[in-house]
Design a protein around this ligand. Structure first.
Ligand SMILES: C[S@@+](CC[C@H](N)C(=O)[O-])C[C@H]1O[C@@H](n2cnc3c(N)ncnc32)[C@H](O)[C@@H]1O
Length: 209
């Protein structure tokens, strides 16, 4: 990818870098979601972490429990940070929409807040592909900011971003449309620990193929 064609999410998250981890480290719901995912995994499961960020908390928690973790993130800075922080996992720098995924090749896939810079139809297509990459019975954990917004400009941690998401019902419909069953759901409100932050709704869906 040349500088002229850089993905907007890569630009924003390259600039945000390690500050993201600090700002969101206090999320008890994120930690609980990872604990729940761990409870549902057989030893040495193969897990895909979509938009793996700094590798913490997700990749590190899962790899520390003995699972084989592959993180994919479009931001080179995030991939570098994650590789340093979680050397026992593997990380690739790529746009997940273009990343080849073998059918039924993962026991679990987690997507913590990494859909928000994609148009709605691309979020739908991606969730379908991720469901197909799960072995039957596998788990997909999706976390998002459940707001009915499309291409809305916002400043996130000092970076101008465009945010697209779904309200809770539409997001659940997207998941069931991909052939997944929601087995657990948590909705909460979290305020990141950074200047200018405001409370944001967070929705965690644990789904089974
Ligand atoms: C809000 S951060 C969340 C990071 C991590 N999942 C967490 O919850 O701590 C979103 C991450 O997804 C990545 N991302 C956004 N769009 C992506 C895409 N199309 N392909 C791969 N990664 C993407 C960003 O670079 C960023 O690191």
């Amino acid at each position: 990818m040349t500088e002229d064609h850089r993905h907007p999410a890569a630009e924003a998250f390259d600039a945000i870098g390690a500050g993201y981890e600090t700002a969101f480290a206090g999320s008890a719901a994120h930690r609980d979601s990872l604990e729940r995912l761990l409870e549902g995994l057989a030893p040495h499961s193969r897990i895909l972490d979509v938009g793996s960020g700094t590798g913490r908390p997700a990749a590190r928690t899962l790899a520390a429990a003995g699972h084989e973790v592959l993180g994919v993130d479009v931001s080179p800075v995030m991939v570098e940070l994650a590789s340093q922080r979680v050397p026992e996992a593997s990380f690739r720098c790529a746009d997940i929409r273009e990343f080849p995924l073998e059918e039924e090749s993962f026991d679990a896939v987690c997507v913590y807040f990494s859909l928000l810079q994609m148009p709605r139809d691309e979020q739908r297509v991606l969730v379908h592909r991720l469901a197909g990459a799960l072995r039957p019975g596998g788990l997909l954990v999706l976390a998002t900011v459940p707001l009915d917004v499309e291409g809305v400009s916002a400043v996130f941690m000092g970076q101008e971003v465009r945010v697209t998401s779904f309200g809770p019902e539409a997001f659940r419909a997207l998941v069931s449309g991909a052939g997944l069953t929601v087995v657990h759901e948590v909705g909460t409100v979290f305020t990141p620990s950074c200047p200018g932050a405001v409370p944001e709704p967070h929705l965690f869906l644990h789904c089974r193929r």
